[in-house]
Design a protein around this ligand. Sequence first.
Ligand SMILES: *Cc1c(COP(=O)(O)O)cnc(C)c1O
Length: 426
Amino acid sequence: MSDRLPGFSTLAVHAGAQPDPTTGARATPIYQTTSFVFNDADHAASLFGLQAFGNIYTRIGNPTNAVLEERVAALEGGTAALAVASGHAAQVVVLQQLLQPGDEFIAARKLYGGSINQFTHAFKSFGWNVVWADPDDIASFERAVTPRTKAIFIESIANPAGSITDIEAISTVARKAGVPLIVDNTLASPYLIRPIDHGADIVVHSLTKFLGGHGNSIGGIIVDAGTFDWSTGGKYPMLSEPRPEYHGIRLQETFGNFAFAIACRVLGLRDLGPALSPFNAFMILTGIETLPLRMQKHCDNAKAVAEFLAGHPAVAAVNYAGLASDPYHRLARKYAPKGAGAVFTFSLKGGYDAGVSLVSKLQLFSHLANVGDTRSLVIHPASTTHSQLDDAAKVKSGAGPDVVRLSIGIEDKEDLIADLEQALSA
Ligand SMILES: *Cc1c(COP(=O)(O)O)cnc(C)c1O
């Protein structure tokens, strides 16, 4: 082997995995066990005291999950990762390391509907206060910074309209404020956008979507870029101060540029408990092997469908950053030159009723609440994923009453267009 660095597709197949040392199994085995036998009493003590790395109990770590963690860290260009039970669990575990009760974080207003809910309601009960900013107005992030701000949270490609966020501009605001930038990279996947290359300090994913890619397993992951200095100003005591749970060690001092991933594991996952099942880790790892092939097909199909819709007389507007006429096209060319993703929205001239009727007439598209499946999916956000928002907030987050959201799969694009054609003309 030469010393060249492996490319993205090679990492998608190989990173983190090797033939099983005991059996020679080439696919990563599912280590379906709760716990792991210690070599002796000293070994057990050193594992519990964080003096040695190793397996203890699957709530804290598991060898199948470890392959997934290493693979996604490699694909994102991070120092380490932590797999958890869902995308939402990843968000809780990340913010638990950063916020104390009474603290604030700034979040882009254009987000997955479930994240808007989680931030507004569940996090309020922890004493974590979300302050909303507009991803199309970078100055609104600057204005939202206060001495209690501990993080900024954005999506790279934002749900539901597939708009592209200017990650570098917002990372500049985060640097100035001395807080980490967290990027939810679910809709892009590292194949389209690698947020760490643009200044992100932490990347989170719902593995449920394009990374797993087959609509069969819920999972989430946290990637540590290793870029943030947690020791400055005493702002992040979970990372910089002695931890009573671990004989007074300081995580940043001990673990350096992967201290955040360690904190998420030994303080977040250990104590909050949202562990990923090794079976789901296996399913998601298998999905990731074909990520580059699937993602390109998703994007190529999405562009063809968006072009078809843009030319259809029943369609009022198409929001797809891959179209040259789209306001996000310039950002798409900069951040996602291989394709603008496969989730986007469009609106119908017939408004709300036409949207509801279209959804019921589609046959190949499945009407359900998910994105990033091999299958093409459709939903009407205003009556489902974003229904908890008031009318003004719906429009602001890109989920107005006349809007239909598509997640384009990897079927033949001609069949997808034919299905839309029959539903639109009915
Ligand atoms: C689905 C999704 C989530 C939540 O992930 P779960 O795995 O469903 O918990 C978060 N962010 C985005 C962008 C998503 O699409």
